[in-house]
Design a protein around this ligand. Structure first.
Ligand SMILES: Nc1ncnc2c1ncn2[C@@H]1O[C@H](COP(=O)(O)OP(=O)(O)OP(=O)(O)O)[C@@H](O)[C@H]1O
Ligand SMILES: [Mg+2]
Length: 605
């Protein structure tokens, strides 16, 4: 190289170095302070650092810097100079680095963009806090990539402008550690739906809990869907028979209605719900039982009852136990509802039981307090009404549609039977009043009635159904009017009788009849009664047919009568035509026939 060339080369090199210095000076003196003075900029800067760490995660381990914050501080301090240490460490650990890098490359599979990843930096009480998920959306599903190779799901429930995402973990959060990688999924929580879930016990995220293998269904549905619009709905017109005489006669429920079952602990709330499921056998109605925060033994008992009664073929149990995380318990009713909506949108009738929404509210309170949302009345967050209203608004009767051949297809319906547990019969507490105001009526179960041996212990005073009577069977509707009157008169007369006053003959007859009617409305658990049988029994009770039978024998007499009705040919005819209006005389005729028959059977009475 000649002298001139050397000078030329050196001047060019010094010029490049000079430009490099100027460039860095400009960046660090002007551009960097201006850009990073904004919060968002700082967040992005943090993200940039985290991404670097993510890329060099294995390198950090070789540095033995387990504490990420310490590493970041060092990184910030060293800024560009740590490039030297990077190369140093790189050269010393090259062998292990190479293999680990390949592992890492495989781990960050192709479709998983680095921008969709974040890092857990804190885990506490089933909430994991992560950095790096700057573009994540609220209620988006994310996956934790565990060291064991397994994946755990979570839902983003908190975001702040410093790039921190609070994620509620749908499972056991103890396996998540600091530095666990979180990956975005770009979808809201989804669950498997379709005919494959019938007969199964599943978790709120669609995992099989009954040990019968994976759920085989092609369809997945969004757990959080909007309720149908007003235009898509139709008034409630078809009855939903629960098989419980008291309810079907006096608090009728219609398909698409929301009827609350409310009462103290151990008053038979679940029993009514299970009876309703059992009664749908052969009715072509899909039933979904959602257990929220229940004891696992109770859930197993429900599943066993339904299996024994042969009801699992049309039933799904969505179960979240008391030991499951609050997030799972919170998600359970929405999951059940989403499965129900699949059937409803396919023109099927669905009954959904939420057992119970008090525990759902408690789970939501726990989740919200841990996410540091401000507590309101009774410690519940401000939107506790909204979580229940948006859930129950999804119950609906859909309007009919017309297919390509111009045939009218009847719309599906989703009937919701939420359950609420009260404390000491206090219906004016926060959650009970909320849910009472959302639903179309309530079945109130009283502990005092339950203790007196009245089963189901339904309080006639405050139990109502606001829309169901439009859907009620015409014959029983007529009977229910006089039944309510008779029962009210009986209760009034009973008060008098308690005072020890001497009563005239008419009052004694009224009392005796009332006692028999109350006895008739008693019903054992898991023993729903067909509508036609109910009509015949009610007709007999109101007509004074049981007046010459002693109170203790009423239940046995009724059982025998029902057996006779069911086994006679006339029942098949009645069952088909009796759902429409039938002359009362017809039923009276049937009862008289039965009476004659029974009176010949001396062994019964
Ligand atoms: N109609 C009935 N006839 C006889 N026993 C009944 C009837 N209904 C409920 N029971 C009994 O009452 C008890 C409580 O019933 P159930 O579990 O349905 O009440 P619950 O209100 O759901 O209780 P929890 O508060 O634990 O959820 C059970 O032992 C059940 O067998
Ligand atoms: Mg219960």
């Amino acid at each position: 190289m000649s002298q001139v060339d050397r000078v030329h080369f050196l001047s060019t090199l010094s010029w490049i170095i000079f430009m490099f210095i100027i460039w860095y000076f400009l960046i660090f003196a002007f551009i960097y302070p201006a850009y990073y003075s904004t919060l968002r900029g700082r967040a992005e800067y943090e993200m940039f650092l985290y991404k670097l760490i993510l890329k060099n995660e294995l390198l950090i381990r070789s540095f033995k810097l387990n504490n990420i914050s310490l590493y970041i501080k060092t990184f910030k301090l060293l800024k560009v100079f740590n490039i030297a240490s990077f190369f140093k460490s790189f050269s010393t650990n090259y062998g292990s680095f190479k293999t680990k890098y390949n592992e890492k490359k495989n781990f960050l599979s192709k479709e998983e963009n680095l921008n969709d990843m974040g890092f857990v930096f804190k885990v506490s009480d089933d909430i994991a806090y992560a950095r790096g998920l700057l573009k994540a959306q609220m209620t988006e599903m994310v996956t934790f990539k565990l060291e064991s190779g397994k994946a755990l799901l979570g839902i983003v429930n908190y975001l702040d402008n410093e790039g921190v995402a609070g994620i509620t973990v749908l499972g056991d959060a103890t396996v998540i550690t600091a530095q666990t990688v979180v990956v975005r999924s770009y979808v809201q929580p989804r669950i498997s739906a379709g005919y494959g879930v019938l007969g199964r016990v599943i978790s709120p995220i669609g995992e099989a809990l009954d040990g019968q293998g994976n759920i085989e269904t092609e369809v997945t549905v969004n757990i959080e869907k909007n309720a149908p619009s007003i235009i898509a709905r139709k008034p409630v017109r078809e009855p939903l028979e629960t098989g419980v005489k008291f309810i079907d006669s006096m608090i009728p429920i219609g398909c698409g209605q929301r009827e609350l079952i409310i009462g103290d602990k151990k008053t038979g709330k679940t029993a009514i719900a299970i009876d309703t499921i059992i009664n749908q056998k052969g009715n072509d109605i899909v039933c979904i039982y959602v257990a929220i925060g229940q004891k696992k033994s109770s859930i197993a008992r429900v599943a066993k009852t339904l299996r024994e009664k042969g009801c699992m073929s049309y039933t799904v149990i969505v179960a979240s136990g008391a030991s499951d995380s609050a997030a799972l318990q919170y998600l359970a009713p929405y999951s059940g509802c989403a499965i129900g909506e699949f059937f409803r949108d396919n023109n099927r009738k669905v009954v959904l039981i939420y057992d119970d929404l008090s525990k759902h509210a408690v789970a939501y309170r726990q989740m919200s307090l841990l996410l540091r949302r401000p507590p309101g009345r009774e410690g519940y967050p401000g939107d506790v009404f909204y979580i229940h209203s948006r859930l129950l608004e999804r119950a609906a009767k859909l309007r009919d549609s017309i297919d390509e051949n111009k045939n009218i297809i009847e719309g599906g319906s989703l009937t919701a039977l939420p359950i609420i547990e009260t404390i000491q019969g206090d219906v004016s507490a926060y959650i009970p009043t909320n849910v009472i105001s959302i639903t179309d009526g309530q079945i109130f179960l009283e502990a005092s009635l339950f203790n007196r041996g009245i089963r189901p212990a339904i309080s006639p005073g405050i139990s109502v159904s606001r829309v169901g009577s439009a859907a009620q069977n015409k014959v029983i509707k007529k009977l229910a009017g006089s039944l309510k009157l008779e029962l009210a008169q009986y209760r009034e007369m009973e008060e008098f009788a308690r005072l020890g006053l001497s009563l005239d003959e008419a009052s004694i007859i009224l009392l005796e009849k009332g006692r028999r009617l109350v006895q008739l409305l008693n019903q054992p658990q898991s023993n729903p009664i067909n509508m036609i049988c109910q009509i015949v029994v009610m007709f007999g009770g109101l007509g004074g047919m049981f007046s010459d039978i002693s109170l203790d024998w009423i239940a046995i007499f009724e059982r025998k009568l029902l057996f006779l009705i069911r086994s006679s040919k006339i029942f098949t005819v009645l069952d088909v035509v009796g759902r429409h209006e039938l002359p009362e005389e017809f039923y009276a005729f049937c009862i008289n026939l039965m009476k004659v028959y029974l009176s010949n059977e001396e062994s019964i009475i």
